[in-house]
Design a binder for this molecule. Structure first.
Ligand code: HEC
Length: 147
């Protein structure tokens, strides 16, 4: 009787330990799956969320539009303004006529050359894909603002 009792106890103890282990481990495995799935889902969602804007901005900034050259103001606002509105990287600010005065002496062709080839911290074409016409147009736009 005593022996039977203790083996019964053993059985319940084993079941109890197993239940506790399952109770601890099961949620852990479950949680890892969940968080991995959540992470994947989360990044997918944010990719999808930024996609239209990212595509739009890239299309605007990188590729000459299929509809012909973009006008100077558009290019300035999407490409050049990042530096020339703020003075980032030491760029002459668009509203700082004194900073532009000495640069204007070289004439429009010189400025076009600087933009085409890059100058100092300014990458060639401001880092975008611009046609010669577009560069002329945006330099005209800059000149109209700084003169
Ligand atoms: C990454 C920042 C940056 C971007 C983007 C940028 N610039 Fe500049 N730009 C500069 C800096 C810095 C200078 C001053 C370079 C120097 O004199 O060393 C400069 C100088 C110039 C000059 C004067 C060049 C000269 O010969 O003195 C012109 C004109 C100009 N930028 C036009 C543009 C136009 C147009 C765009 C857009 C297509 C553009 N920049 C995009 C940073 C930038």
């Amino acid at each position: 009787m005593a022996e039977q009792n203790s083996s019964k106890k053993m059985m319940w103890a084993t079941i109890g330990v197993a239940a506790v282990l399952i109770a601890i481990i099961y949620p852990l495995t479950n949680r890892t799956y969940n968080s991995a799935a959540d992470a994947a889902k989360g990044s997918d969602e944010s990719d999808v969320r930024i996609q239209p804007v990212a595509k739009f901005e890239l299309a605007k900034a990188a590729a000459p539009a299929a509809s012909g050259p973009r006008d100077g103001a558009t290019i300035y606002n999407t490409v050049c303004g990042a530096c020339h509105n703020t003075g980032a990287a030491g760029a002459p600010k668009i509203d700082d006529k004194a900073a532009w005065a000495p640069r204007l002496g070289q004439g429009k062709d010189g400025l076009i050359k600087s933009v085409t080839n890059g100058k100092g911290a300014m990458p060639p074409k401001g880092g975008a894909a611009l046609s010669d016409d577009e560069i002329k147009g945006v330099v005209d736009y800059v000149l109209s603002k700084v003169k």
